[in-house]
Design a protein around this ligand. Structure first.
Ligand SMILES: Cc1cc2nc3c(=O)[nH]c(=O)nc-3n(C[C@H](O)[C@H](O)[C@H](O)COP(=O)(O)OP(=O)(O)OC[C@H]3O[C@@H](n4cnc5c(N)ncnc54)[C@H](O)[C@@H]3O)c2cc1C
Length: 527
C-alpha cells in the first residue's frame, strides 16, 4: 500500500498524471501529500499544473505533444497484445489509446460476457436433464437475469482493471481517449475532458476492431431494435425475442435465449444459418434448433417494426409461409460487423481499404504505407476472432521490434467454435471447398450418434445430436477439414486442431488410442 505510490510516481511522467487523471492510484490524500519526499514533490508539481489548468479558460494552451516508438490505436485483444509485447519484451516506448473500455469487444461485448451467458444457459439445460438422472425437484428455480447481469458486469469490470494493471506492469502508457490520424506522423487524441494531445510515432498500429452493422435504413422502425452490444445491456429477461441474422452471433444469442426460457424467433434470409460452415453443421444445427422449439423464420425479410409501448414492438415480416407479424419485447439485429475505419483519418496516410472498409494487409500485417500496420477485426484477413488478433499482434511485435524477420501468423487451419446448442467446432476446409480444390482425391469420413450423456433420457426428443465429419485429401489422406457438433465440441477441437495444423493424416488419427467412454473417441475410430 505504501510502496506502490512511490514507484508509480517515480516511473511515470507528470504529463500522464494530469492528462490522464484516471490512472492515478486512489490513495488517501495523507499518503499523497505527506509520506514520501518524491511523492510530496510530485504532488506539489501536480497542484501547480492543476492551477495552470484551472486558468485554461483564459489562457489557451498548446496541446501536449508526446513521442513514442509504437503507437497503438485500439485497446482491444490485438492492440493490447501487440503493444504489451513490444514494450515488455523488446523495450519499445509504447502508447496505447482506447476510447471506450480496455479489452475491446471480446472482454466487454463479445466472447467473455457471451460465454458467461452461455454457461448460464448450459446450467439451465443441465438442471432440466438432471431429472433423467434421478434428481428430484419440483421445478427449476427461475433464472434471475437481473442478478446474473449484475454479476456478469462486475466480472467484466474486474477484467478491465486487470487489463489496466497489465499495461502498467508492462510499462505501456495508456491514454483513454479518441484517436484521429492527422498526418503521416501525428495522431491527435481527444481526452475525456475534451482536451487534446498530439502524439508522434515511429510505427503505428491500427487495431480499432469493428462495430455491429446498422440495420437497413429502409425498414421503418428498425431503430427500435438493439444490436449485439445492446444485448449485454438488457436488464430484464425478455419474454419474447426476435433476432435477425444467420451468423454465429445470432445463432448463439438464439440458443442462449431459448435455453433460458425466452420465446425465441430467429429470422434468416435463406434456408439455413451458419452458412460459411460445412453443410453438415448448417443442416444439423438448424434441425436441432427447430426440434428444441426455436421459431426459425426461413427465407425471411423484415418489412417494418412498430412501437407498441412498454418496450413491446410488432415485427412485420415475410417468410416461407407468407406475411406475418410477431410481438416481442426485445429485437436484436445481428447482421454482421463493420470495420471501425470511418472517421479515423486513414485517408491522411493513404491507407488502402477494401470495398467493405477493412484495411488491406499482407501476410505480415503491413498496410500499403510503410511503418503502418493493421491487425484484428479491422484488417481484411477474414478471421474475426480474439486469438487471431492476439497472435497476429504478438508476431508483429516479434518481427518489427524483436528482430524475428519472418514472424507472422499463418492464416490457415485456424480452429473456431460456435457456442450454439449444441456446440459446433470447425477447422480447415468445408466439404464443398475441399472438393472444389482437390476434386476426386477427397475422402470424407462421417458419423452421427447419440452421446452417452443422453442414455438415461426416456424420450428421444430429449436427446441432442452429435455429428463428426473428417475431410481427407490425397493418397496419404491428409486431414484438410474437421467439423464437429455435440456436447463438448469446443473443448474437443482445440487438441484436434493441433493435429490438423501439424498435417495429421487419417492414419495418424487412427493410431491414437481412443479415450473411452467419450464422444471424441469417435474421431479416432472413424470408418
Ligand atoms: C457478440 C460477440 C461474440 C464474440 N465471441 C467470440 C468468441 O467466442 N471467440 C472469439 O475468438 N471471438 C469472438 N468474438 C470476436 C472478437 O470479440 C473479436 O474478433 C476481437 O475482439 C477483435 O479484436 P480487435 O483487437 O481486432 O478489436 P476490438 O477488440 O474490437 O478492439 C478495438 C478497440 O479499439 C477501440 N477504438 C476504435 N476506434 C478507436 C479510436 N479512434 N480511438 C481509440 N480507440 C478506438 C474500440 O473502442 C475497441 O475497444 C465475438 C464478437 C462479438 C461481437
Amino acid at each position: 500500500m505504501t510502496a506502490r505510490p512511490t514507484v508509480y510516481l517515480f516511473r511515470t511522467s507528470l504529463n500522464i498524471h494530469f492528462t490522464n487523471p484516471r490512472r492515478l492510484p486512489k490513495l488517501p490524500s495523507k499518503i499523497i501529500s505527506n509520506s514520501f519526499p518524491a511523492t510530496r514533490l510530485a504532488s506539489q508539481r501536480l497542484s501547480a499544473v492543476s492551477r495552470q489548468f484551472s486558468n485554461s479558460s483564459t489562457v489557451k494552451m498548446a496541446p501536449i505533444h508526446k513521442e513514442c516508438d509504437y503507437l497503438v490505436i485500439g485497446g482491444g485483444s490485438g492492440g493490447l497484445a501487440s503493444g504489451r509485447r513490444a514494450s515488455a519484451m523488446y523495450g519499445a516506448k509504447v502508447i496505447a489509446i482506447e476510447s471506450k473500455r480496455l479489452g475491446g469487444t471480446c472482454v466487454n461485448v463479445g466472447c467473455v460476457p457471451k460465454k458467461v451467458t452461455w454457461n448460464a444457459a448450459s446450467i439451465r439445460e443441465t438442471l432440466r436433464d438432471a431429472k433423467s438422472y434421478g434428481f428430484n425437484f419440483e421445478e427449476v428455480t427461475p433464472f434471475d437475469w437481473t442478478i446474473f447481469k449484475q454479476k456478469r458486469d462486475a466480472y467484466v469490470k474486474r477484467l478491465n482493471g486487470i487489463y489496466a494493471r497489465n499495461l502498467d506492469n508492462d510499462k505501456v502508457e495508456y491514454i483513454h481517449g479518441h484517436a484521429i490520424i492527422k498526418s503521416k506522423d501525428e495522431v491527435e487524441v481527444t481526452l475525456d475532458d475534451g482536451s487534446k494531445q498530439s502524439i508522434g510515432f515511429k510505427k503505428l498500429l491500427i487495431a480499432v476492431g469493428g462495430h455491429p452493422t446498422k440495420p437497413p435504413k429502409n425498414i421503418p422502425g428498425a431503430e427500435l431494435g438493439t444490436n449485439s452490444d445492446g444485448f449485454f445491456e438488457i436488464e430484464k429477461q425478455p419474454k419474447k425475442v426476435a433476432i435477425i441474422g444467420a451468423g454465429y452471433i445470432a445463432v448463439e444469442f438464439a440458443g442462449m435465449f431459448h435455453a433460458l426460457g425466452t420465446e425465441t424467433h430467429l429470422f434468416i434470409r435463406y434456408n439455413t444459418f451458419l452458412r460459411t460452415f460445412d453443410p453438415m453443421i448448417q443442416e444439423k444445427v438448424v434441425a436441432e434448433y427447430e426440434r428444441q422449439g426455436i421459431h426459425i423464420h426461413k427465407c425471411s425479410s423484415v418489412s417494418k417494426v412498430e412501437d407498441l409501448g412498454d418496450g413491446w414492438k410488432r415485427l412485420h415480416y415475410k417468410d416461407k409461409n407468407g406475411e406475418g407479424a410477431v410481438d416481442v419485447d426485445a429485437l436484436i439485429w445481428a447482421i454482421g460487423r463493420t470495420p471501425q475505419t470511418d472517421g479515423l483519418g486513414l485517408e491522411k496516410l493513404g491507407v488502402k481499404l477494401d470495398e467493405k472498409g477493412h484495411i488491406v494487409v499482407d501476410d505480415y500485417q503491413n498496410t500499403n504505407v510503410e511503418n503502418v500496420y493493421a491487425i484484428g477485426d479491422v484488417c481484411n484477413k477474414g478471421f474475426e476472432l480474439t486469438p487471431v488478433a492476439i497472435a497476429a499482434g504478438r508476431r508483429l511485435s516479434d518481427r518489427i521490434f524483436g528482430g524475428r524477420k519472418d514472424a507472422h501468423l499463418e492464416y490457415s487451419n485456424i480452429p473456431s467454435v460456435v457456442f450454439a446448442h449444441p456446440e459446433v467446432g470447425a477447422i480447415g476446409m468445408t466439404e464443398p471447398e475441399a472438393r472444389k480444390r482437390y476434386g476426386d482425391s477427397v475422402k470424407v469420413y462421417q458419423t452421427g450418434f447419440t452421446a452417452m450423456y443422453y442414455a438415461l433420457m426416456d424420450r428421444q426428443e430429449e436427446k441432442g445430436p452429435t455429428a463428426f465429419k473428417v475431410i481427407c485429401e490425397g493418397p496419404n489422406e491428409r486431414v484438410v477439414g474437421m467439423h464437429i457438433l455435440g456436447l463438448g465440441s469446443s473443448e474437443i477441437l482445440q487438441g484436434f486442431g493441433v493435429a490438423v495444423k501439424m498435417g495429421a493424416t487419417k492414419a495418424d488419427l487412427d493410431r491414437c488410442v481412443a479415450i473411452h467412454p467419450t464422444s471424441a473417441e469417435e474421431l479416432v475410430t472413424l470408418k
